[in-house]
Design a protein around this ligand. Structure first.
Ligand code: PEP
Length: 253
């Protein structure tokens, strides 16, 4: 049994005060957070206050990005040990906004995945095709290329601890979600690739989320699918009520 995981990706939203009051208001339900792992990804400036507010709640925290070096002349960047220091246990890597707006390559993301694992941060590796790639029938090729390219030289035992988020780019922030059947098929394909390359244990234990316009009204459908282990949620994670509804749907499956 894989523990479902819900990630709340706040992107570039919320001031320090807004982030802190969200964390303070969020329902304390330690039993639920044992059945569904919940990870909030605030902006860098809010990490410290959100980390403090979440202490003892069972809810975890992650960062939306990081650099692979531990320190040095990398203006504007943040290192794995700085994230640990702020209270993070997770880090989002290769989000489509990083790949497409900031032109991050698989090779660059691979260095970050290795650095995260070396520092004991759990990477959530995001992969997914654009609308054009989907229309050209390239969904599986693109997912495979991003997955294997971002995981070069990573050991099978590390794969078992990490999380993959399948996020079709055309479904992120658009309100147009992939059908649960489409998401299930692509996620089953991703799991098969992991099984073939890293062995049965890695294929069975790696958690794979769906992301792309998940809302309280459609969440349950995804979570009822065999291969979908939760969701990475953007827009609907900005409000306490909608995020907690989504978490509850993952807890009752
Ligand atoms: C995301 O940011 O990863 C995401 C899936 O966003 P949204 O839920 O808004 O589509």
């Amino acid at each position: 049994m894989r523990l479902p995981i819900i990630g709340a990706n706040w992107k570039m939203h919320k001031t320090i005060r807004e982030a802190e009051s969200f964390a303070a208001e969020f329902p304390a339900d330690a039993d639920l957070y044992r059945k569904v792992e919940v990870v909030i990804f605030p902006t860098f400036t809010a990490l410290a206050v959100v980390g403090n507010a979440l202490r003892g709640t069972g809810i975890k925290m992650g960062a939306q990005n990081m650099h692979f070096e531990t320190k040095g002349a990398f203006t504007g960047e943040i290192s794995p040990n700085m994230l640990l220091d702020a209270g993070c246990s997770y880090v989002l890597l290769g989000h489509s906004e990083r790949r497409h707006i900031f032109k991050e390559t698989n090779e660059f993301i691979n260095k970050k995945v290795k650095a995260a694992l070396a520092h004991g941060l759990v990477p959530i590796l995001c992969i997914g095709e654009t609308l054009e790639e989907r229309q050209n029938g390239r969904t599986e090729d693109v997912c495979k290329e991003q997955l294997l390219g971002s995981l070069t030289d990573i050991e099978a035992r590390d794969i078992t601890t990490m999380v993959v988020a399948y996020e079709p780019v055309w479904a992120i922030g658009t309100g147009v979600n992939a059908t649960s059947q489409d998401a299930e098929e692509t996620i089953a394909f991703i799991r098969r690739i992991i099984h073939e390359k890293y062995g049965q244990k890695a294929g069975e234990s790696v958690r794979i989320q769906y992301g792309g316009s998940v809302k309280p009204t459609n969440a349950r459908e995804y979570f009822s699918k065999e291969n979908i282990d939760g969701a990475l949620v953007g827009g609907a994670s900005l409000e306490v009520d909608s995020l907690s509804e989504i978490i509850k749907s993952a807890g009752i499956i």
